[in-house]
Design a protein around this ligand. Structure first.
Ligand code: C2O
Length: 344
């Protein structure tokens, strides 16, 4: 049976998974009795998510305004900035149990739900931001860390006066520090860039023999948390979290800890690139290694989550409806993929 959406009224205490201690914050969303089955709206235009290093000052101004407005929403509004951050805490830090499975935790990481869950999370986040600035074409930027031109924290996030700023980041890794996707610890930028491309080649192409190697292991009703991450989740995705998280904080906050990751606006920019990796893998990569990229298991396709949409309506969404980004109305700016032929 597929994973069922959590029961919001049974949301409980979350755990800091880095220390295994109970968290003294409440990351549960507001409870509303009415849930609607979400229907993807007809696509009238495509939102094109831009590379975060290439955006215009006008774009940065709008994005900053949207995040600022999100932060100013009432704290109880499910679209409020902290409420949005807490989605990650609730789904990832044991606040939810699997419905009908006793105290078995619901955990959407380290399994095949990783890509679909985060895709829906960003989908609504983007629509909320667009709504707050009256721009239905607003598109989240992606942190193009797989290309040498994007291997630093995008500049707009490090302006202390911006709503995109977060002080809880590793101060050694602010620009011009080069992201270290393999967490090698090397301080030689050329060596790090070259290793990054090798990491990308391995996790996008070489390491994958089956769809599950890339997507993550099966996770169904009754499965214990963390059956196993896919190559991209385990690799570049987790490295970016760890690399940005602040070692001055008790537990790697913000980006380096599940419960706090969504408090850094950079999280959504990072995950836009993670989401882009899924799209590239599905539609653009040579398919010789994994001839069938589609997982047809109904326990995958029928798994579902709940989110608040841009109108603060609680909606139920399925993995099935998340498989095609164009059907969801967005795409990514085309950027070349220098790792494509970067065999180690
Ligand atoms: Cu839900 Cu990048 O983690």
């Amino acid at each position: 049976e597929p994973i069922k959406p959590p029961e919001l009224d049974k949301c409980g205490t979350a755990t800091n998974l880095n220390t295994n201690e109970k968290l003294d914050i409440n990351c549960c969303p507001p409870v509303t009795p009415k849930i609607i089955d979400y229907k993807l709206p007809p696509v009238r235009f495509i939102r094109t998510r831009p590379s975060a290093h290439r955006v215009t000052p006008e774009y940065i101004f709008k994005y900053n305004m949207a995040i600022d407005r999100m932060k100013r929403l009432p704290a109880t509004d499910p679209r409020n900035f902290m409420q949005q951050a807490n989605i990650h805490c609730a789904y990832c830090n044991g606040a939810y149990d699997q419905p009908g499975q006793g105290t078995l935790d619901l955990q959407i990481h380290n399994c095949w739900l990783f890509f679909p869950f985060h895709r829906w999370y960003l989908y609504f986040y983007e629509r909320i931001l667009g709504k707050l600035i009256g721009d239905p074409t607003f598109s989240l930027p992606f942190w193009n860390w797989d290309n040498p031109k994007g291997m630093t924290i995008p500049p707009m996030f490090v302006d202390p006066k911006s709503a995109l700023y977060d002080e809880k980041r590793n101060q050694e890794n602010l620009p011009p520090a080069v992201i270290d996707l393999g967490l090698t610890g090397s301080k030689d930028p050329l060596q790090v860039v070259s290793n990054n491309l090798t990491v990308m080649y391995s996790e996008m192409i070489r390491g994958n023999q089956t769809a599950e190697d890339f997507m993550g292991s099966p996770y169904r009703e009754g499965t214990s948390p963390n059956p196993g991450p896919g190559a991209s989740e385990r690799g570049s995705h987790t490295s970016v979290h760890a690399w940005v998280g602040d070692p001055r904080q008790p537990s790697g906050e913000d980006l380096g800890n599940f419960y706090s990751a969504g408090r850094d606006p950079l999280f959504y920019c990072h995950h836009a690139n993670v989401d882009r990796m899924w799209t590239l893998w599905q539609y653009f990569l040579p398919s010789n290694k994994v001839p069938d990229k589609k997982i047809t298991d109904p326990d995958f396709l029928n798994a579902s989550f709940v989110f608040y949409d841009e109108n603060a309506q609680l909606v139920r969404v399925s993995v099935r409806d998340s498989l095609d980004n164009l059907r969801m109305g967005y795409d990514f700016e085309r950027i070349d993929l220098p790792w494509l032929d970067y065999r180690p």
